[in-house]
Design a protein around this ligand. Structure first.
Ligand SMILES: Cc1cc2nc3c(=O)[nH]c(=O)nc-3n(C[C@H](O)[C@H](O)[C@H](O)COP(=O)(O)O)c2cc1C
Length: 309
């Protein structure tokens, strides 16, 4: 059985924001959680429209702040800013496949094609901060270029403390089964990622030499999964968890932003339950937060339309 400090919560843009992380920690207090990816340009440029540029992490531990970008000076500066904001470690995104990041910005997964630039970024970020630095990468750019071992070797030489390996190439995006290669002879600890959904998957990965596992999509609608994989119980009253998550989101974003943003969470929480399609249709029309609370209470049969904050 793994303990919750060996089971990482993956960075999921649009999902693992502060309210979601708060819910995950209620079930797995020691789980290392990685923030959504943060653009070094947006952070260093002080872009005001991005709330997460102003997050503080002092009350969240353990937490890794993930940055992406292709400019080593901005990446180093962003890392320093996040260290000052209380991050426990810095994670460098070297796996994001979306064109805006990987092709247009030359960041994320593109760094798997340019190991020289990747090395410069890792070198400068490691030297810019006192906290540990990790990377999150994939097997390679495509099936012809699965050179993740070379990148991990460069990472080790630069002083990167550990790496997360998503067992797919950039070309695969999120499709096809993930493969976890044996990492027993890697120079730094490696965390397995990709399709890990339960404790058995996690144990299979650990037998291949991994130091921990990272859970992504299996957390959607089930923020308690890491707690359960570490031996905890799933909640009896899911509706109460959904309401708490909503309240945290309202506190963080304000109701006008939180209500439409919460629709996807409501869909994930209700997936596979009887009448979930009707519930989704209803929730997608709701703009008022008390109406949303009522809909959640009705769907899960909560006792009270509680507002806990
Ligand atoms: C909606 C979504 C958002 C994601 N955002 C990020 C991100 O911000 N940074 C990152 O490194 N990976 C991101 N990923 C990739 C995940 O962290 C993870 O590597 C991938 O989903 C495979 O793990 P899984 O099979 O457990 O989901 C994202 C994936 C999804 C589906």
């Amino acid at each position: 059985m793994l303990t919750d400090n060996q089971i990482f919560a993956a960075p999921l843009a649009g999902v693992t924001d502060r309210p979601f992380r708060r819910i995950v920690r209620e079930f797995a207090p020691n789980a290392p959680i990685v923030t959504e990816m943060i653009s070094c340009h947006s952070l260093v440029g002080g872009h005001k429209n991005c709330l997460r540029n102003f997050d503080r992490y002092d009350d969240e531990a353990p937490i890794g702040a993930q940055i992406f970008g292709a400019d080593k000076d901005l990446m180093a500066e962003a890392a320093r800013m996040l260290q000052d904001a209380g991050a426990g470690w810095i994670d460098i995104n070297m796996g994001c496949p979306v064109p805006k990041v990987a092709t247009r910005a030359g960041a994320g997964a593109f760094l798997m094609r340019d190991h020289k630039l990747a090395g410069q970024i890792m070198h400068d970020v490691v030297r810019a901060v006192k906290i540990p630095v990790s990377i999150k990468t994939r097997l390679g750019w495509d099936s012809e270029h699965t050179d993740w071992r070379d990148l991990l070797g460069i990472a080790a030489d630069c002083g990167v403390r550990f790496a997360t390996l998503h067992g797919r190439t950039r070309a695969q995006l999120y499709l096809g089964p993930a493969v976890w290669p044996d990492v027993s002879d890697c120079p730094i600890p490696v965390i397995a990622n990709g399709d890990i959904k339960n404790a058995d998957d996690a144990m299979r990965a650990m037998r291949l030499g991994y130091s921990g596992v990272m859970i992504g999509r299996a957390m959607l609608g089930r923020p308690w999964i890491i707690g359960c994989m570490a031996g905890g119980d799933a909640p009896d009253k899911i509706g109460d968890v959904v309401l708490r998550h909503l309240d945290y989101a309202v506190e963080y974003y304000g109701a006008a932003v939180a209500v439409p943003m919460f629709r996807k969470h409501a869909a994930w929480y209700s997936a596979g339950m009887p009448n979930s399609a009707d519930f989704r249709i209803r929730v997608n029309r709701i703009v008022d937060v008390s109406e949303l609370r009522d809909a959640i209470c009705e769907f899960w049969g909560c006792d009270l339309p509680c507002q806990i904050l």
